[in-house]
Design a protein around this ligand. Structure first.
Ligand code: PXG
Length: 435
């Protein structure tokens, strides 16, 4: 067995541990996976925050198959094809007002690097070339490109490449504060003032050197960190005051996760750029996008008409197959009202999440939309071990959760039913009791 698995260098995985004791998934439908032996696994994380309409959606596989027959590939540079334009229009329709142009990429990481490049180029085009500094946030995750790890705030993703990160980047403090906000339902009460960190950085570096701030409205990868009430509004106001662009990385919050199409709408804060991926195609074909506000796009459309306005793009930007999957996914979201469904299930979800309060080792439960974080007391001297054990035990008992540090993250498909919610939390409760 081990030798069959050897050649694949697995991403973000403990390869030797995994290959000694593999966890394989072979089939998926609706809310479930099945292992190669046929064991059913309830998907508590929508794959990896992406399969928002559930698995095995025929409308998507048929659209993809059809597109591959009609036209498998078309060059995206100086050429176009109908599904690309159609998907851009469909995306703009559900995006926050004014974010009315779309740049297509193939992943969240590419979306982030693209957004950062657009932000830097925009300032330069407007004659503010000194605005080169990017601001991220501690515990932020923005993918694994050099731009993304530079603005990201996860030390393990950075230290190996620390000397090669983008120069001049600074970071806001993260907003996670269990001493004040533990066991909050919905958005935490305390911490809006942490947005004033940005004023401090402006005072330190001067606004004329700062291009953009990038944050996840809800940080997913580092364990579901919710924005304190008023925090995002305050960031927006400070950005406005100083001419700094605000980028929301909505790779996990996009496509209904919070109960609105985008967190920007849910929280009523309008960023200048949005990065998205994952749910864009229901996870079926790799694709990402950057949504851009009109005034930013317009600034690029100034030079001679024959000039390429942005020297950036990928061989697979707006790949026809991905566009077909995206169009089919967006049409399922709309037809089935899945974003509203996430909202309507959120109260039941919240009650179930907080039902774990008092279970052994649980030091926080938190939730928003169809997202939950369950934070556990670490085993002394072995950070992450407790939650990894819970992840393993849940898998043995037919439930897929995501573990990050000592936090269990949940983000089920938006088609979830009350019985699934009951199964997720009763499994977790029994695993925690046995831990
Ligand atoms: N930004 C954010 C906010 C993300 O969550 C990316 C960028 C990068 O996307 P790609 O498509 O390049 O992977 C992500 C990815 C987790 C987890 O455990 C989340 C992600 C990736 C891996 C694990 O929550 N999100």
């Amino acid at each position: 067995m081990t030798s069959d698995l050897e050649a694949f260098w697995m991403p973000f995985t403990a390869n030797r541990q995994f290959k000694a004791e593999p966890r394989l998934l072979a089939r998926a439908r609706g809310m479930h996976y099945w292992t190669p032996e046929g064991r059913q696994i309830l998907d508590g994380v929508a794959g990896l925050w992406c399969v928002n309409a559930g698995h095995g959606r025929r409308e998507i596989s048929e659209a993809v198959a059809r597109q591959l027959e009609v036209m498998d590939y078309a060059p995206p540079f100086q050429m176009g094809h109908p599904p690309g334009f159609e998907l851009a229009r469909a995306l703009v329709k559900i995006a926050p007002a004014d974010l009315d142009h779309v740049f297509f990429v193939n992943s969240g990481s590419e979306a982030v690097d693209t957004a950062l490049k657009i932000a830097l180029a925009w300032h330069r085009l407007r004659g503010e070339a000194s605005r080169t500094r990017l601001i991220g946030r501690e515990r932020g995750y923005h993918g694994v490109g050099f731009g993304g790890i530079s603005v990201g705030g996860i030390v393990t993703n950075r230290r190996m490449w620390s000397a090669t990160l983008i120069p001049g980047v600074d970071h806001l403090r993260h907003t996670h504060d269990l001493s004040r906000n533990a066991f909050t339902r919905g958005l935490p009460e305390h911490g809006a003032e942490l947005a004033d960190e940005l004023e401090r950085l402006v005072a330190l570096h001067d606004a004329s050197t700062i291009a953009a701030v990038i944050v996840e409205p809800v940080a997913g990868s580092t364990g579901v960190l919710l924005p304190p009430r008023g925090y995002l509004e305050r960031l927006r106001a400070i950005c406005d005051r100083h001419g700094i662009l605000l980028i929301f990385d909505e790779v996990i919050t996009g496509f209904g996760r919070t109960g609105s199409a985008f967190a920007a709408q849910e929280f009523g804060v309008l960023p200048d750029l949005i990065t998205c991926a994952k749910g864009l195609t229901n996870g079926c074909v790799p694709m990402g996008a950057v949504l851009v506000r009109k005034r930013i796009f317009d600034a690029f459309m100034q030079g001679p008409p024959g000039a390429i306005e942005l020297f950036h793009g990928y061989t697979y930007s707006a790949h026809p197959t991905a566009c077909a999957a995206g169009l089919a996914a967006l049409s399922i979201y709309e037809r089935e009202g899945l974003f509203a469904r996430a909202k309507s299930m959120a109260k039941l979800w919240e009650d179930a999440v907080h039902g774990l309060r008092g279970a052994p080792h649980v030091i926080d439960t938190r939730n928003y939309g169809l997202i939950a974080g369950i934070e556990l007391e670490p085993v002394a001297g072995s950070p992450g071990a407790r939650a990894f054990g819970v992840f393993q035990k849940c898998f043995e008992r037919g439930l897929l959760v995501r573990q990050t540090g000592d936090i269990i993250a949940l983000s089920p498909p938006l088609i979830i039913e009350p019985t699934h919610i009951e199964q997720i939390f009763s499994t977790l409760a029994s695993v925690l009791r046995a831990a």
